[in-house]
Design a protein around this ligand. Structure first.
Ligand code: SF4
Ligand code: SF4
Ligand code: SF4
Length: 431
């Protein structure tokens, strides 16, 4: 095995506490992974920590490495573990390499000492919040069943006070998907964050009733409905494109802009192939992806096989290429394939109208969103290509809105609708 097949750069989400967490969110896809490691103490040893950071840094063939911590809840390891991780990274990084750190957390344990540390070392923190209290607390509960909103909000305020760089990770579920503007405005105006990552909740029910594996074609009632998902993205997009471009950053909109300009996407789900976002368990087991921490996708253990060999493996290459090669015909012929890419393979469990397997459960939502956003994205991409600013799109959209409003005001009931739908005004915007 050689490092020839390894990607020049890849990401590893390291889980120092495995699936262990101090919360019990109803939609958590990770808590059940405890069953994969019976009897484990779910704590990454210093030996594995050192091996992980050393091997990871050595395997990067770019002058940059991002050490990413995730869970379960990584802060359960305690601050000293992360102090040590930064020290090791400083020791191992070759001259000229830029090392940065990220931490995904529910925020429950953050205090002044944590925030000082995170700020000092420039960690980018992802804080899980699902919207205002009444929406956040529906599924994000502690082990006693209590709501966690207050503690998450407190963590956000604390990080703001200390100048910690953080964004919000919002799981979009059946509970908050129908309140897109409430959620978005809460983040913007209530919490005062600029970066939002939305993640759709799609939980597949396995034959034994669990949600441990990516198996089965029924989803839990907590999962977002495909049409709701599209409506959610569209509603937030319509607000963003009229007032927040250049001020608020939403993962899906940034990725869409990259697709329309032809720049590479930063989101694996809208990338053509997978295999560059792996997951490392607390005991050194390396998996093909955070969403496939399952026995079939275990590449090996970094204490037995060096990481660069594991990422060069045919198993990972096939896993990555399958994303592109297993697309059903309706995706391959889809007008928005370049932006959607059939999304994440974990969600591809529907049959197409023609009976082919592998259609994404969220297809309807993505098609609606990308079709809706496309005309605006095309104009925005054009602005950027001409060396102008993306936020100029807001004036263009406003001028278009004003013109349409005037045209609606002057339209007769039987006239063609000014929006260009081809229907009569009375059957369209004049209803
Ligand atoms: S905080 Fe994260 S890891 Fe913990 S239960 Fe909630 S979703 Fe799962
Ligand atoms: S399987 Fe899904 S989450 Fe994993 S790398 Fe591929 S697109 Fe990303
Ligand atoms: S919108 Fe639907 S058909 Fe088009 S690429 Fe995405 S999943 Fe496939």
């Amino acid at each position: 095995m050689s490092e020839r097949g390894a990607p020049p750069a890849f990401h590893v989400l390291a889980k120092p506490t495995g699936a262990a967490c101090n919360l019990a969110c109803a939609y958590c896809y990770f808590l059940e992974k405890e069953r994969l490691y019976p009897g484990s103490d779910f704590r990454m040893s210093e030996e594995i920590l050192e091996a992980f950071i050393g091997q990871y840094i050595r395997a990067q063939r770019v002058p940059e490495a991002v050490i990413s911590w995730q869970g379960g809840e990584p802060t359960l390891m305690g601050l000293d573990f992360f102090r040590r991780s930064v020290e090791i990274a400083q020791e191992k990084a070759p001259r000229g390499m830029r090392v940065s750190h990220t931490l995904q957390t529910n925020g429950m344990l953050l205090d002044d000492a944590w925030c000082e540390f995170l700020c000092e070392h420039g960690f980018l923190v992802g804080l899980s919040v699902d919207g205002p209290r009444e929406l956040h607390d529906v599924y994000r509960r502690d082990k006693g069943g209590g709501g966690t909103f207050e503690r998450a909000e407190r963590a956000a305020r604390l990080m703001q006070r200390h100048g910690v760089d953080f964004n919000v990770l919002c799981a979009v579920s059946a509970a908050n998907a129908v309140h897109p503007l409430e959620v978005y405005r809460f983040f913007r105006d209530g919490l005062g964050v600029e970066w939002i990552q939305f993640i759709p909740i799609v939980e597949r029910v396995n034959r034994d009733g669990s949600t441990l594996l990516q198996q089965g074609d029924t989803v839990t009632g907590r999962s977002v409905d495909p049409a709701q998902w599209g409506d959610f993205l569209i509603a937030v997009f319509d607000e963003w494109v009229r007032r927040d471009v250049g001020k608020m950053f939403v993962n899906y909109f940034e990725a869409a802009a990259a697709s329309w300009t032809g720049a590479g996407t930063a989101m694996c789900i809208t990338d053509e192939t997978c295999g560059r976002a792996l997951a490392l368990e607390h005991n050194g087991d390396l998996y093909a992806c955070d969403h496939f921490v399952e026995p079939d996708y275990l590449l090996g253990n970094i204490m037995e096989t060096p990481m660069f060999e594991l990422v060069s493996s045919d198993v990972l290459r096939r896993f990555g290429e399958d994303k592109r090669d297993s697309l059903p015909l309706c995706c391959r012929e889809c007008e928005v394939l370049f932006a959607c890419r059939g999304e994440c393979p974990k969600n591809r469990f529907l049959r197409t109208p023609g009976g082919e397997e592998g259609l994404n459960y969220l297809c309807r939502g993505y098609k609606a969103f990308f079709t809706h956003a496309g005309p605006v994205m095309r104009v925005m991409a054009d602005l950027l290509r001409k060396g102008r600013y993306a936020d100029e799109i807001m004036d263009i959209v406003k001028a278009r809105d004003d013109a349409l409003r005037d045209a609606f005001a002057g339209a007769g009931r039987n006239d063609p609708c000014p929006c260009g739908s081809g229907r009569k005004y009375k059957h369209c915007h004049g209803k």
